[in-house]
Design a protein. Structure first.
Ligand code: AMP
Length: 188
């Protein structure tokens, strides 16, 4: 089972992904984490990525596509993965489709964590990550609306979208996701 978590910055993708990964034994494919690792390893991709991340902008496609390609080629992804933070644009989604096609894989479900903008801003400001300053938060939400939100319609048109209300406390959100995936796993 291959799953994508889709949602705005602050929607809880990363937090909720952890529980699902443990529960279903999926490989974790978190683009944000892989980029932060590249930054802390000070690789040349990491240095470039850092400039974009600290401005709240999307890291160039050639960097993120290479990272995702290398990650998906690892053996733990063969038994299913949960991808978080990729794709973040229609272009990336199409590149991913082609990449998976070539290796006879496919996405089974796209879980969309839907959270209202006011709640996102409150959550992001309280998080304290280095790219969570007010200015960067605003830039990231703008990038989300412009580049990433169109993926909701894209995956809906492919009948892959599973809508989950992402408001409220972590436990309620986790159980909504678990219910949605439980049904999905049961019928697959
Ligand atoms: P995240 O941890 O998913 O919020 O990602 C943190 C930052 O990494 C984002 O604000 C972007 O600057 C960068 N990033 C993460 N995923 C991608 C992606 N798929 N494409 C481009 N940049 C990304």
């Amino acid at each position: 089972m291959n799953i994508i978590f889709l949602g705005a910055p602050g929607s809880g993708k990363g937090t909720q992904a952890g529980a699902i990964i443990d529960r279903y034994g999926l490989a974790s494919v978190s683009m944000g984490d892989m980029l932060r690792q590249a930054v802390s390893d000070n690789t040349s991709a990491g240095k470039t990525a850092n400039e974009f991340m600290s401005a709240g902008k999307l890291v160039p496609d050639e960097i993120v596509v290479k990272i995702i390609e290398d990650r998906l080629a690892k053996s733990d992804c063969a038994n299913g993965f949960l991808m978080d933070g990729f794709p973040r644009s229609i272009v990336q989604a199409k590149v991913l489709d082609e990449m998976l096609n070539r290796t006879n894989k496919k996405i089974d479900h796209v879980v969309f964590l839907d959270v209202k903008e006011e709640e996102l801003v409150t959550r992001l400001k309280g998080r304290g990550r280095s790219d969570d300053t007010e200015e960067t938060v605003r830039a990231r939400l703008q990038v989300y609306r412009q580049n990433t939100e169109p993926l909701v319609e894209y995956y809906k048109s492919l009948s892959l979208l599973r809508h989950v209300d992402g408001a409220g406390d972590l436990d309620s959100i986790a159980s909504r996701i678990a219910n949605c995936l439980h049904n999905a796993f049961a019928t697959s």
